[in-house]
Design a protein around this ligand. Structure first.
Ligand SMILES: [Zn+2]
Length: 190
């Protein structure tokens, strides 16, 4: 049976814009960690690792480890220079905005793929359920439309709500993807 259309259009306000920004930030935190993202945010302009450490009140060794993780993911780069007096190398770190964007877009595209697969599954044929399980038409027919576990009659499952939810989620992800085209996602400065 076809699902009823009841899409509600909400106006875009600045509040939802900043909410989107924090969703994009959350994606980075999920893939990396809060500390990694804190460092990315500090690198709106190139900085030495000890300066980042001081700003974040973290040990320089920890910050270096975090920076190395980010470097492995191509999210930051550095310029190395040798201190002529001490012979030590210093590293001036910079953020690679294009790669950060790519990282987020990769995450969103993967999510979109999953959602579209789910949607295809939901729209593909009917399914049946009882109070304990849900199954496709073929399996339901095999049991004679009676659940072997709970003995209840299997009835056609109304998945309109699930389809609606997936469709909504897809449009949310698409709007986040569009957002990544337009502007940079993390707060600058500080
Ligand atoms: Zn059952």
């Amino acid at each position: 049976m076809p699902c009823g259309k009841k899409t509600s259009k909400r106006p875009t306000t600045r509040k939802t814009e900043s909410k989107k920004k924090s969703v994009l930030r959350d994606i980075l935190v999920e893939g990396l960690s809060e500390d990694h993202v804190a460092i990315i945010e500090r690198l709106s302009k190139p900085k030495y690792d000890e300066d980042v450490a001081a700003e974040l009140k973290l040990k320089a060794t920890i910050v270096r480890t975090l920076l190395n993780d980010l470097h492995v993911n191509n999210l930051v780069g550095y310029e190395r220079s040798k201190n002529k007096k001490t012979g030590w190398y210093t590293y001036l770190w910079n953020r690679r905005d294009d790669k950060v964007k790519e990282y987020i877009r990769g995450y969103l595209n993967k999510r979109l793929e999953e959602l579209n697969k789910q949607l295809d599954n939901e729209r593909e044929g009917m399914s049946f359920n009882c109070s304990c399980s849900r199954m496709p038409f073929d399996s339901a027919m095999e049991t004679g439309f009676k659940c072997p576990e709970c003995n209840e009659k299997l009835v056609e499952y109304d998945n309109c709500e699930i389809v609606d939810r997936i469709v909504n989620e897809i449009s949310k992800v698409n709007s986040l993807l569009a957002q990544t085209e337009n502007e940079f996602l993390l707060e600058k400065g500080k």
